[in-house]
Design a protein around this ligand. Structure first.
Ligand SMILES: *Cc1c(COP(=O)(O)O)cnc(C)c1O
Length: 397
């Protein structure tokens, strides 16, 4: 039942051969300092009290674990949806930004920087900066600024400065480079708030711990609602991998619980228009950590594609690379069309319009076979409001 392998980060942030902190010398002091203090801060009673109070009264936790009856009937099993879509700002990302803003405050930082692709992490960061009265600068690829106008407006309304990144393809990777450059120039007063389980150690572990509230709640909720004290499966979509890492966290050492991660394969794994890193990627270093990434033969990052902006990332967190390599988690992929099918299915069977990202996780219902008495928990990472324009076009609404 219990196994002895360590799926968590060791003191150097290694998950097996993955992880670590591959950063330029200029960034070393910032990363090293955070590494020394982060665990002490987030495990302190003072932090835990503030963090838990905000999760309850500001974010609206615990999020429900909902037995989806009509969906369960269709797939002849028991499907439980972990409702991260009901959180303030509409997704799981706020769990992490609430936690990191408290870490930043404890460190006496006055200025928060972040990078964002589609703008979801930028909005979650701008939200907690408004809450705490801290300056917020969000780097965003210039192309993404154009494509994601509503989120840019939200960030500005919340008081953030949105800085367009003009280099490269003018997307997420370029925004990340700009954010890192800023951090190098402002090591004293600035905190870099990363949005997923990616980046140099200690970020992957810190973000996983701040999202671990998801599995902490699933544990007691499944016990409350079933005869068992564990789910048979936990399923989540993976972009960088933070909602999956949080959903898996407290089950990593319990072999009874099967873990399933779903990547976005875009137009198909071999189409050249994909974000399925585990399926087509290879080992390398991205954003300061060793993991799998989508790269050319000479190590240039390949621009990813998925209909869902949150899964459109060319790497994957180092913990997931290790979960894949050790076989602890099973990795599936879902195309744009698969995801759209499940957007409509969940909407019509349960009256819940999911985010495009979350619909990728639902595709496991079609790709796997579950037993009648299995408890299958699927994390519904976000709500579909942000994707309505896509739905209007695709479904002729
Ligand atoms: C950002 C986002 C994701 C992907 O990020 P992870 O770090 O892989 O969790 C998934 N779902 C939603 C709704 C998102 O906003």
């Amino acid at each position: 039942m219990a196994n002895t392998y360590n799926y968590h980060a060791d003191e150097n942030g290694m998950y097996g051969e993955f992880g670590g902190a591959y950063v330029p010398e200029m960034l070393y002091p910032n990363v090293e300092n955070l590494k020394k203090v982060y665990l002490g801060i987030i495990e302190s009673d003072e932090f835990q009290q503030e963090y838990k109070a905000l999760l309850k009264d500001y974010v609206g936790r615990p999020s429900p674990l909902y037995l989806a009856k009509r969906l369960s009937e269709k797939y002849n099993t028991n499907v439980y949806l972990k409702r991260e879509d009901l959180n303030h700002t509409g997704a799981h990302k706020i769990n992490n930004t609430v936690g990191q803003i408290l870490v930043a405050k404890k460190l006496g930082k006055k200025r928060i920087i972040a990078e964002t692709g589609a703008g979801q992490h930028g909005v979650a960061t701008a939200t907690v900066c408004a809450l705490m009265g801290l300056e917020c600068i969000v780097y965003m690829g210039e192309l993404d600024v154009q494509r994601q106008a509503p989120n840019v407006a939200r960030m500005r309304m919340l008081g953030a400065t949105v800085v367009p990144a003009m280099s490269g393809n003018r997307t997420l990777k370029d925004a990340t480079n700009e954010a890192l450059r800023d951090w190098i120039c402002n090591p004293e007063d600035t905190f870099y708030l990363i949005g997923s389980v990616v980046g140099p150690h200690p970020y992957p572990d810190m973000v996983a711990r701040l999202q671990a509230i998801i599995s902490e709640e699933i544990k007691w909720q499944i016990k409350e609602q079933t005869e068992k004290d564990y789910p048979d499966y936990v399923v989540a979509c993976v972009g960088g991998g933070s909602n999956a890492a949080g959903s898996f966290f407290h089950f990593l050492d319990d072999d009874r619980v099967k873990l399933v991660a779903v990547e976005a394969s875009g137009l198909g794994i071999d189409s050249g228009e994909t974000a399925a890193t585990i399926a087509i990627g290879s080992k390398g270093i991205i954003h300061g950590s060793k993991t799998f990434l989508m790269q050319t033969d000479d190590g240039q990052i390949v621009e990813p594609y998925s209909i869902s902006a949150g899964l459109d990332y060319p790497g994957i967190g180092p913990q997931h690379a290790n979960l894949f390599q050790t076989g602890r988690a099973q990795f599936l992929s879902a195309t744009d069309d698969d995801a759209l099918e499940f957007v409509m299915e969940l909407t019509r069977l349960e009256g819940i319009i999911p985010a495009l990202e979350s619909a990728h996780a639902m595709v496991a219902l079609k790709k796997m076979t579950f037993k009648k008495d299995d408890a299958v928990v699927i994390t519904l990472s976000g709500r579909g409001d942000k994707d309505m324009e896509t739905y209007m076009n695709r479904f002729n609404l």
